[in-house]
Write a protein that binds this ligand. Structure first.
Ligand code: ZN
Length: 193
């Protein structure tokens, strides 16, 4: 923890770079990814402050839309789309994901009931032909596509898609290589960016 505190102490010594941020935000992308500490969206994309609007959840799960009982995730997505006018949403899963691995292996999660309950939102168990693969790549990629599909059930997202004002992207990030793969509609496969 101490190195992080030390860095935070000196971080605010570049006021000229940050002054314009007081005028507001106009981020380019809503970046939805896992809470995993090995995934650092700004590092991966080179984004500067103000460029990425982030939503991080365990397993980058997009919960079902429930208008009468809005979730924190739905509020973040709605704000990004309706207020900030975001035109691109990236859902980025990653290799070695603990949440997806637990689903694939059918881990006993009785000690973490909140996690167990949250994972039930995962739009079904991810399809995976090799449950012994430590990267759980196939399962994560299928899971990411399911979350993108889930996003389309959000009224604000569907409306913007229909109007041609929004694009959805499915990414898969390898924590052990730093490589990013994107789903290509033409090949229906994840390919290196
Ligand atoms: Zn994860």
């Amino acid at each position: 923890m101490q190195p992080l505190i030390d860095n935070a102490r000196t971080f605010g010594q570049r006021p000229e770079e940050f002054a314009r941020l007081a005028e507001g935000q106009s981020p380019d992308v809503l970046f939805i990814t896992c809470s995993d500490s090995r995934v650092v969206p700004a590092l991966i994309t080179g984004a500067r402050p103000g460029q990425l609007f982030e939503l991080r959840t365990a397993g980058n799960i997009v919960p079902p839309y429930a208008g009468e009982h809005p979730t924190s995730e739905a509020a973040t997505i709605e704000y990004a789309v309706e207020v900030l006018g975001i035109q691109d949403i990236v859902v980025c899963g990653h290799s070695h994901c603990g949440a997806i691995g637990a689903l694939v292996r059918g881990d006993d999660l009785t000690a973490v009931p909140a996690v167990r309950e949250w994972l039930t939102h995962a739009a079904g168990e991810p399809v995976c032909s090799d449950t012994g693969d430590p990267t759980v790549a196939e399962a994560v990629q299928n899971h990411v596509l399911a979350q993108v599909l889930r996003l389309r059930s959000y009224p604000c997202v569907e409306k913007r898609l229909t109007d041609g004002q929004l694009r959805l992207h499915a990414w898969y990030y390898e924590v052990h290589t730093g490589t990013v793969h994107a789903h290509r509609a033409e090949s229906d496969a994840f390919e290196t960016l």
